[in-house]
Design a protein around this ligand. Structure first.
Ligand SMILES: [Ca+2]
Ligand SMILES: [Ca+2]
Ligand SMILES: [Ca+2]
Length: 218
């Protein structure tokens, strides 16, 4: 292999590294039973094991339209981003998400709220350490609504932030009881995650490499 072709190979590898990054993690809460604690569902439970745990008063809630009329104490919501399950906190003093491995770059979710509130991002576990960011929630749960077919918490707004450092916990205590969450997203400020980057087609990559090679000769 000549020095020229080694240079071309290293250029191609650099391209591959630049255009690939970890896909954001999105928690949809699908698969958790109605009025059941989220708890360790995503921490070695029945869901994907992300090492993400929720404090005890965190419940999954399923849209009441999924049940027969009068068929239980289910969710009064509509138009949830990923049907039919959302998450909410019963107790504002105990509304913590811990992500032991931590995450970077961004945090986001969809919410529907009947009260103003805030959600905070921390670099330590259990809402401790350095405050990395605050997301402010407004009262918007009934705005511009049509049901699916019914539910008063029918407007869901994406909300997200970017931050520096590595986050390990979220405190939802400023938004408990009157706020629903869905598609909680780690690693992106866009709720539900960014579209996956499209890898360069092989032919396009070869053209780029070829052009670089041509330029190097000049
Ligand atoms: Ca629904
Ligand atoms: Ca509904
Ligand atoms: Ca969902």
């Amino acid at each position: 292999m000549s020095i020229t072709s080694r240079l071309i190979v290293s250029t191609a590898l650099a391209f591959a590294t630049t255009i690939s990054y970890a896909a954001p993690i999105v928690l949809t809460f699908e698969g958790i039973a109605n009025n059941t604690a989220v708890g360790n569902f995503y921490n070695g439970g029945a869901g994907i094991n992300y090492g993400i745990s929720f404090s005890p008063d965190t419940l999954a809630l399923i849209d009441q339209d999924k049940f027969a009329p009068g068929g239980g104490d289910a969710g009064n919501f509509a138009n949830e981003p990923s049907p039919d399950t959302i998450m909410f906190f019963l107790n504002s003093n105990n509304a913590i998400l811990n992500y032991s491995a931590g995450f970077e770059d961004g945090f986001s979710f969809f919410y529907s709220s009947a009260t103003r509130g805030s959600v905070t991002v921390w670099d330590g576990l259990n809402g401790t350490g350095k405050l990395l960011g605050t997301l402010s929630l407004s009262v918007q749960n009934t705005l511009n609504c049509v049901g699916d077919p019914t539910g008063e918490f029918c407007n869901w707004t994406p909300l997200g932030i970017t931050f520096d450092g590595r986050a390990r916990s979220i405190n939802f205590g400023g938004a408990a009881d009157q706020t629903g969450f869905d598609d909680i997203t780690f690693g992106s400020e866009i709720a539900g995650g960014k579209p996956k980057p499209v890898p360069l087609p092989a032919t396009a990559a070869l053209v780029v490499v070829g052009l670089l090679a041509l330029r190097r000769k000049n």
